[in-house]
Design a protein around this ligand. Structure first.
Ligand SMILES: *Cc1c(COP(=O)(O)O)cnc(C)c1O
Length: 467
């Protein structure tokens, strides 16, 4: 498998480059030169596998010979033995809708599914190469916790996590800051998630700084995360689809990483008829699907904070795919984005995108109503992000569904992660397992810093692992 950058389709890279670099040196994102399409026979064979074996087959396609068969099998088994579901995900049903519970990992959000694998990939690669690295990542709340759990106590690496101060839930924060190991550093930035993301991007684009600390990243732009997330689209369709029906997936969306993995599954030949971009009040992708204009604005704070994002980083990958990886065109669009604050795509491309994508923006009132109704009629507590997804799916079903589709909604977090919000809506506190709630009472460690690139770089320099 060869990779290129969205902004330069001449130079090729292998998996390990995309994995360790995160962001390409030209500022673009890594994408496969060609996405392989699976034959009918192949799909049939995969449909019989359990989760871990399916993960092995899919991940193997993209990692090539980076890992031996045994190494990759071990990475997957070790990653998922911490999950409280034998097949990583669980399913439940609300009316006509299948909910895919993706939150059975150690930090209760879907990000554990990819991050645990990534942590073990780092360990395997670093132990073979004798390299040492410093990971830097921005989080809107869940990535940080998942990344920290995945790498705490691992040798040869340190992690620095930037979260927007005061803008993540208490449980989200404590899952990060109560981890007291020598290789974990939490930074509370006085700014928004987009500010944190911009800071990390600037550090990535400062090649001298990047080299001096041997920097790597686990943000949702890391190609490996996308690869690992492809698996549950296949698994869900294989387990629950009814004969010959195509599947619809509604995906609570922020940085466009999760739903982009669904798009890759579709390109690989999984029979998907719609991918629903479910957003909260940060509706730039909903607007994009109406007029073809991608225009970030100011972040609106919502009750689904992990989706309070105005720069959907992975979207560049999707646009690149629809422009047949024409990196000149993509570079132009991205230049427009930074100079004018927006770009507009061609009408015929927008039409093609709309064949497979649909979007709905769900406000706080409807998010709350959905939580109440699902609790009342199905005795299930949805977290606010998943509620946005379910409401969008319901809307699609009532107005657009062809009736003969399998309807899936991805449940991206456990409600206990957003206990304060759920309590306000249901007057009930979602349960969290005993051991974890004990951990959350421990002392917190974090450094508050201003939204200032130099100050943050200095802090990282002073605490980095020397390479
Ligand atoms: C990260 C996150 C999302 C958004 O996923 P993207 O891949 O960034 O689109 C949605 N819900 C929850 C709970 C998350 O943690």
């Amino acid at each position: 498998m060869k990779y290129i950058s969205t902004r330069d389709n001449k130079k090729t890279y292998n998996f390990i480059d995309t994995f360790l670099n995160g962001l390409a040196h030209d500022g673009g994102l890594y994408i496969p030169k060609k996405i392989p399409r699976l034959s009918h026979t192949n799909l049939k064979r995969l449909s019989k596998l359990n989760y871990n074996n399916l993960a092995y087959e899919i991940i193997k396609i993209y990692t090539g010979n980076t890992f031996s068969k045994n190494e990759l099998k071990k990475i997957i088994t070790n990653s998922y033995k911490k999950f409280d579901s034998k097949n990583v995900v669980k399913f439940s049903r609300v009316k006509k809708f299948n909910l895919v519970e993706l939150y059975h990992g150690p930090t209760f959000a879907f990000k554990d599914i990819a991050m645990q694998v990534i942590g073990n990939m780092y360990e395997t690669i670093l132990s073979k190469s004798k390299n040492r690295i410093n990971l830097i990542t921005a989080t809107s709340g869940d990535t940080g916790a998942a990344a920290i759990d995945a790498v705490k106590n691992k040798k040869n690496l340190r992690i620095f996590v930037l979260h927007p101060s005061g803008k993540v839930s208490i449980t989200q924060r404590k899952l990060m800051t109560t981890v007291n190991t020598k290789n974990v550093f939490n930074i509370a930035v006085k700014g928004t998630f987009d500010d944190c993301q911009t800071l990390v991007k600037s550090m990535f684009n400062d090649l001298q700084f990047r080299r001096s600390i041997n920097m790597s990243g686990v943000n949702s732009i890391n190609w490996a995360r996308i690869v690992v997330q492809i698996v549950y689209y296949f698994y869900s369709h294989f387990r629950l689809s009814k004969k010959n029906k195509k599947s619809v997936f509604s995906v609570p969306t922020g940085n466009f990483g999760d739903i982009y993995a669904g798009y890759i599954a579709y390109k690989m030949g999984l029979p998907i008829s719609k991918l629903i971009i479910a957003t909260n009040e940060n509706d730039l992708l909903y607007k994009f699907l109406r007029n073809g204009i991608y225009k970030p604005s100011k972040v609106k704070f919502s009750i689904s904070p992990s989706m309070d994002i105005q720069v959907a980083s992975n979207f560049e990958r999707l646009i690149s795919s629809y422009y047949d990886n024409n990196s000149k065109k993509i570079s132009e669009l991205m230049k427009q984005l930074s100079s004018k604050g927006f770009y507009k795509i061609d009408k015929n491309i927008l039409r093609k995108i709309k064949n497979i994508f649909y979007s709905k923006s769900v406000n706080a009132e409807n998010t709350k109503k959905t939580i109440k109704s699902v609790y009342k009629y199905n005795n299930k507590i949805l977290d606010p992000h998943s509620s946005v997804g379910l409401k969008a799916l319901e809307e699609y079903y009532l107005n657009h569904s062809k009736k003969s589709e399998n309807l899936f909604c991805l449940e991206t977090a456990h409600p206990a992660k957003f206990g304060e919000t759920i309590y306000k809506i249901l007057k009930k506190i979602p349960k969290i397992s005993g051991e974890i709630s004990k951990n959350l009472k421990k002392k917190e460690f974090y450094k508050v810093l201003p939204n200032n690139l130099n100050k943050i770089k200095n802090y990282i320099r002073a605490n980095r692992l020397h390479c």
